[in-house]
Design a protein around this ligand. Structure first.
Ligand code: NAD
Length: 248
């Protein structure tokens, strides 16, 4: 199956890693549904991908992954427009950091809902079609901290470790239908999520990265594109680290 025949759905595509994934998949030739809460940013992203007088290749959709009704609506619209979804990238994610002793239930719930429960809902939306067509790629964006832990991020780390478990369980459930389910675990990537980190902590983190630089959204996007490709047909239940050697 060539990239031109593939439809990808990327959650949290308005910026950062999700945006880089959408652009790279589109550059390869796939049509992409770019979904997130910020429709303005998505429209400008779609504007970069869509060419005048050519069929639509990027569809911007408003989506709040913490709401099940919003998820159902977005996937319904995506299928109405493109007919199917071949590749799902569960990328939308948030952090609400704090020590577990003082962590409010709301901060716990918001992070688990957005980072983990949403992936389960999105997977349920795409699986029936993938099972029917006996093909599909599901890629969950987890994090290096799912493997190494991180003080002050109990909710985030639990959600990202949960994503790895979800990946492995679903991989086993759907392997017989040639659907692969994998995770990509970025290290420290330069995006809005990491911009807020103070310079001192940043330098300390940098000193722990053997490849000597922070990652870029594109570094992660290349891993996602590979796992979405036909060439990765024999890889499932895998966690692909994109962390500059930060956790070996
Ligand atoms: P970002 O904050 O720049 O982007 C997050 C994206 O998720 C945005 O598009 C945002 O609109 C979207 N999003 C958040 N809540 C949403 C909701 N309720 N509904 C729909 N969309 C929502 O961050 P990023 O660094 O690009 O993060 C992307 C993913 O990569 C996240 O899952 C994050 O946990 C993961 N990650 C990031 C890093 C890093 O260093 N930046 C490291 C490991 C993992």
């Amino acid at each position: 199956m060539s990239w031109d025949d593939k439809i990808a759905f990327v959650t949290g595509a308005s910026q950062g890693i999700g945006r880089a994934c959408a652009l790279l998949l589109a550059e390869a030739g796939a049509r992409v549904v770019v979904a997130s809460r910020n429709l303005d940013k998505l429209q400008s992203l779609a504007g970069e991908i869509n060419k005048e007088n050519e069929p639509v290749r990027a569809l911007p959709l408003a989506l709040d992954v913490s709401r099940e009704d919003s998820i159902k609506e977005a996937f319904q619209k995506a299928v109405e427009q493109f007919g199917k979804i071949d590749i799902l990238v569960n990328n939308a994610g948030i952090a609400r950091d704090g020590l577990v002793m003082r962590m409010k239930r709301q901060a716990w719930d918001e992070v688990l809902e957005t980072n983990l429960t949403a992936a389960y809902h999105c997977i349920q939306q795409v699986l029936p079609g993938m099972l029917r067509r006996r093909q599909g790629r599901i890629i969950n964006i987890t994090s290096v901290v799912a493997q190494m832990g991180n003080a002050g991020q109990a909710n985030y780390v639990a959600s990202k470790a949960g994503l790895i478990g979800l990946t492995r369980a679903v991989a086993q459930e759907v392997a017989s239908r040639k659907i692969t389910v994998n995770a990509v675990a970025p290290g420290f990537i330069e995006t809005a999520m990491t911009d807020a980190i103070n310079p001192e902590v940043r330098d300390k983190l940098l000193s722990r990265i053997p490849l000597g630089r922070l990652g870029q959204g594109l570094d992660v996007a290349h891993a996602v594109k590979f796992l979405a490709s036909d060439e990765a047909a024999y890889i499932t239940g895998h966690v692909l680290n994109v962390n500059g050697g930060m956790y070996l």
